[in-house]
Design a protein around this ligand. Sequence first.
Ligand SMILES: CC(=O)SCCNC(=O)CCNC(=O)[C@H](O)C(C)(C)COP(=O)(O)OP(=O)(O)OC[C@H]1O[C@@H](n2cnc3c(N)ncnc32)[C@H](O)[C@@H]1OP(=O)(O)O
Ligand SMILES: O=C([O-])CC(=O)C(=O)O
Length: 371
Amino acid sequence: MTGNSGLEGVVIGESRISSIIGAQLTYCGYEIDDLAENAEFEEVVYLLWHDKLPNAEELASFKKELYEHAFLNDDAKNFYKTFVDKSVHPMSALRTAVSLLSHTDPNAEEQGEAATLTKAIRIQSKIPSIVAAIARTRKGLDVIDPDPNYGYAKNFLYMLNGTEPTEVEVEAMNKALILHADHEINASTFAARVIVATLSDMYSGITGAIGALKGPLHGGANEKVMAMLEEIGSLDNVDDYIHDKLAKKEKIMGIGHRVYKEGDPRAKYLKDMARRLTEESGEPELYEMSVRIADIIKEEKGLLPNVDFFSASVYHSLGIEHELFTPIFAVSRTSGWIAHIFEQYENNRLIRPRAEYNGHTNRKYEPVENR
Ligand SMILES: CC(=O)SCCNC(=O)CCNC(=O)[C@H](O)C(C)(C)COP(=O)(O)OP(=O)(O)OC[C@H]1O[C@@H](n2cnc3c(N)ncnc32)[C@H](O)[C@@H]1OP(=O)(O)O
Ligand SMILES: O=C([O-])CC(=O)C(=O)O
């Protein structure tokens, strides 16, 4: 293994949660397309946590629990006002807010299966409410409570915007949440597993995972894709812009993947969503620019779009502010992080790899005045 292998290809253990074979992604044995076409996000969360799809009764009770725990108390809402403003990135605010959630959980330090599941429901329920509260607090708007008549995806959009979302918007958000829910041992999931493998608590695992997801080489790429599209401005400018970036050996955000070399199955799905939604929102050029960017990079570097590439124009078309793209990813991925935390606890061993030492040897301490 070289000094900067980034653990490429290293298998860190077994997992039942998601599988990547070639360009095929499955959750607990179900094809991602099958789930995105047919399921509700809540069913997928249940699947990831329990390794089976819920029956009608289980789903109804799970949805009820998710709704009941989705409320934020006034202390939390008021506290957000003390650290959330336009100068703070919503991912940083989310990281703080999730850490803060543990302070208001009297059982935060409790271990064991039942206590862990209770924390899981609390976190998964509250995370869309927190993202929406952060988004609204940044704009000086009141925080909106969830509506008992809405499911997870619909309530998330409702709490963000304060208006009932359209069916198209709900369907797009539901699919996006499903497509981002889990992805084997990606960097943020690995971070979560490393944290809880010390037998630290779930809040610590999720807080750390949010920190890892934030980076532009991981989940933070979706926001950067949108920034790039805005910087390019029009289809006519794409070729020069991309050739210039590649000549300078700069990375194009939303392109390439550590594992998928034959294409990311989520990207083709999101590409189709982006085509339809940009047409409907009257900005088809965003899609055309994205397709042209992807074509050039495929031709020049043999690299293909990842999940973050087309999700940018999907979220933009839904009217979502760009700094919320990665927090939305976090809302969805929390379900996968939690599934991996359960799995880690079930068969835990401290994760502690080694490094090959390549530093100085045989140095002797010099008093400060001699240095
Ligand atoms: C949800 C997710 O996390 S999906 C990934 C989101 N991240 C991005 O979109 C950021 C852009 N992409 C990248 O940085 C990379 O493709 C990664 C980090 C995702 C995967 O990285 P790896 O497969 O390990 O490739 P690595 O970063 O080592 O690059 C290998 C080579 O491909 C090139 N390359 C990889 N991705 C890109 C890119 N997006 N644009 C241009 N060149 C690229 C590198 O410059 C490097 O070239 P070189 O060998 O000539 O130096
Ligand atoms: O698997 C990865 O390395 C990154 C990724 O696509 C994800 O987390 O969804």
